[in-house]
Design a protein around this ligand. Sequence first.
Ligand code: SF4
Length: 83
Amino acid sequence: MPINTVTEDPLAWQESALCAQAGPEFFFPAPGSSTREAKQLCGACEGRMACLEYALTHDERFGVWGGLSEKERERLRRSGSRG
Ligand code: SF4
């Protein structure tokens, strides 16, 4: 059996998602609106890294995911430094 076999539910992080208690407009703000509050919430979220990985893997283009805006995720993708 491979050491890195993932047996957990890949979407388990969503169960502890802090954004589930906030409105969608919080994480999908109108263009030009601040994403600061959403990012602060992400900073306290247990599933932040899994959320970010999900967004990168599924090429989510809109909103704040894992504490990064769409522009920041695009920058991360281009730099190839997903880690
Ligand atoms: S990291 Fe942010 S967007 Fe992702 S689940 Fe947590 S609160 Fe929601």
